[in-house]
Design a protein around this ligand. Structure first.
Ligand SMILES: Cc1cc2nc3c(=O)[nH]c(=O)nc-3n(C[C@H](O)[C@H](O)[C@H](O)COP(=O)(O)OP(=O)(O)OC[C@H]3O[C@@H](n4cnc5c(N)ncnc54)[C@H](O)[C@@H]3O)c2cc1C
Length: 552
């Protein structure tokens, strides 16, 4: 049977778009198959904040940050904690990825028109020792235009290739099987879903109106992770984190269903590190949801006080923005699947950012005027204020007794004792007077403010939580929010997939979240943030280049 293209890419998310653009630019014919409609092109990346992990960038240098490949690799390895035989390729991918982030990543993107917001963010700050988890320095570079600003160059390249006849999109085509002939993957088959004009990100119809079969010399699986499928998240939940949470909200659209992972595994591909996932603990229910159980992640600055469901402050160094996996581990050990931030109006207006392109209209819309308001510190950004007013997880009160009463009413558990919460806040407040203190969270605040980016737009001036001049008081109920899949298909550095016999499966490649962003889990157990979009860029590029080359 004649081939329909040289390569088929399953998934029109960022990884698939990057791979397809590379294949077409290498002069080969490529088909991009996606179960969603054209309006959802770009997948999760469109919704993303567009944060990118870069090392020793001009943006960092301008802010006086001294970064290097060695420091970043030290941080990566300390966070990943690779400890398994299966970590051979993930570790090789990690080293190659850090080199990419310290090398050609920024220039490659820039040549395609991508730009970066000048204040570099500091995610996952750790708090252990130099070899432990976390970013030693700020490295989270927000794309000008957020997620859509990352998708745009690759969509443009793909559209050009479409116009030249080298790339074909097949939307509403859901792959249900891979075809294998004489041991080589050579095509896909599946169902054609009915056209559905549903808005981007909303759940679309699954009504089947036909079927299809496509042949090519190679197939790249770039179908994303499992975060929209809570059954799969629970199935893969690792024992080391306790029981899977009873309640979770979704940080990804429903198309992140993990179905293609099962299909690819059934075809013989080796799926590794499936128990490694990256879910957030600062999820809030979206008052204006787009997808089912839609939750938003708060990207918190360092000052909010963090209490578990019983009203005990999270132990050091589990402060906002320090160690996502450590926080998840601790919270699940309490027997409850939620926790609380307690903060002031002064903290929310400077320190709360919400992850997602639609929650950052200033950066997404590339408006310098709107963005400049972040530094003037007159109020929280409008989307944060909207959550404060409409969000079911937000409580605003003038005094602590009323606040704690409302927190008990919201959770329905009545676990919080006013005197206990008050004693902990007052103790912390006594540590505020001196710049050298015992409380590690307050130390962290002083440390953060030595970085100009934090002092400008991210870390409030230290003050007493119970100081009415900084009020009103705010409590936020934090839910567990599913997001990223860290494990995936084991691949070599050309993104070629290994089979269960540990040999390369001819014709099969995997990229993006489906490949654990490269190798089957280049993050190990933890991420330094901004590494997912970058992982799609790097693994999508490697897969596209290698598949195009192999197509002869
Ligand atoms: C709100 C939000 C904020 C984020 N912020 C950041 C950030 O700041 N920095 C960062 O690094 N990362 C961020 N991320 C994560 C990042 O966006 C994703 O990990 C990444 O975009 C995944 O891309 P992908 O191409 O691997 O998969 P996806 O984007 O999930 O695309 C996969 C595509 O495959 C299609 N598909 C799946 N199965 C099939 C099938 N059987 N047949 C046909 N098609 C199929 C899907 O419809 C989808 O279009 C964020 C994510 C979200 C949701």
């Amino acid at each position: 049977m004649a081939d329909d293209a040289d390569v088929i890419v399953v998934g029109g998310g960022l990884a698939g778009l990057v791979a397809a653009a590379e294949i077409a630019d290498a002069g080969k014919r490529v088909i991009v198959v996606d179960q969603e409609g054209e309006q959802s092109l770009g997948g999760q990346a469109f919704w993303s904040f567009g944060g990118l992990f870069l090392v020793d960038s001009p943006e960092q240098r301008r802010l006086g940050i001294k970064d290097s490949f060695d420091l970043a690799l030290q941080d990566w390895m300390g966070s990943a904690g690779f400890d398994r035989d299966e970590d051979l390729w993930p570790k090789r991918w990690a080293e190659a990825y850090v080199a990419f982030a310290a090398g050609e990543k920024r220039g490659w993107l820039r040549a395609m028109g991508h730009r970066i917001f000048p204040v570099v963010g500091w995610a996952e700050r750790g708090g252990y020792d130099a070899m432990g988890h976390g970013n030693s320095v700020p490295r989270f570079h927000v794309s000008w235009g957020t997620g859509p600003g990352v998708v745009e160059p690759f969509e443009r390249r793909a559209r050009q290739a479409q116009a030249n006849g080298r790339l074909t999109f097949k939307f509403r085509h859901r792959v249900d099987a891979l075809s294998i002939t004489d041991g080589a993957v050579d095509g896909v088959s599946g169902a054609i879903l009915e056209a559905d004009p549903v808005e981007r990100g909303k759940s679309s119809s699954r009504k089947v109106v036909g079927d299809f079969t496509l042949r090519a010399q190679a197939v790249i699986v770039a179908s994303g992770g499992i975060g929209g499928n809570h059954d799969l998240v629970r199935q893969n939940w690792p024992k080391r984190l306790g029981e899977a949470p009873k309640n979770m909200i979704s940080g990804v659209p429903e198309h992140v269903d993990g179905r293609m992972i099962g299909i690819t595994e059934a075809a013989g591909a080796r799926l590794i590190n499936r128990d490694r996932m990256w879910h957030y603990v600062e999820g809030i229910r979206n008052w204006s949801p787009i997808w089912p159980r839609h939750g938003i992640r708060i990207l918190p600055g360092p000052s909010s006080m963090w209490f578990d469901a019983t009203g005990t402050r999270l132990p050091s160094p589990l402060f906002p923005g320090s160690d996502t996996l450590g926080q998840l581990h601790y919270i699940m050990s309490t027997g409850y699947d939620y926790s609380w931030f307690v903060l002031t109006q002064s903290i929310i207006k400077k320190e709360f950012a919400l992850s997602g392109s639609e929650q950052n209209p200033d950066l997404t819309g590339k408006s310098w005027l709107m963005t400049a308001r972040r530094t003037t510190n007159k109020g929280a950004p409008a989307p944060v204020e909207a959550f404060k007013t409409h969000g079911v997880d937000f409580i605003v009160r003038d005094n602590l007794a009323d606040l704690v009463g409302a927190m008990n009413a919201l959770s329905g558990d009545s676990l919080l004792k006013l005197e206990y919460v008050k004693a902990q806040i007052e103790a912390r407040d006594r540590e505020i007077e001196n710049p050298y203190v015992k409380d590690t969270q307050v130390m962290n605040i002083h440390n953060a403010r030595k970085y100009i980016g934090d002092r400008l737009i991210r870390t409030a001036k230290p003050h007493r939580i119970l100081d009415p001049l900084h009020g009103p008081l705010i409590a936020v109920k934090l839910n567990i929010l599913t997001r990223k899949t860290l494990g995936g298909f084991e691949t070599d550095l050309d993104s070629r997939v290994f089979g269960n016999d540990r040999k390369i499966m001819p014709g099969l490649y995997a990229a993006g979240e489906a490949a654990g962003f490269g190798g089957g889990g280049m993050h190990g157990y933890r991420s330094l943030e901004g590494t997912f979009l970058g992982g799609c860029l790097f693994s999508g590029r490697n897969a596209g280049r290698a598949a195009a080359k192999a197509a002869g």
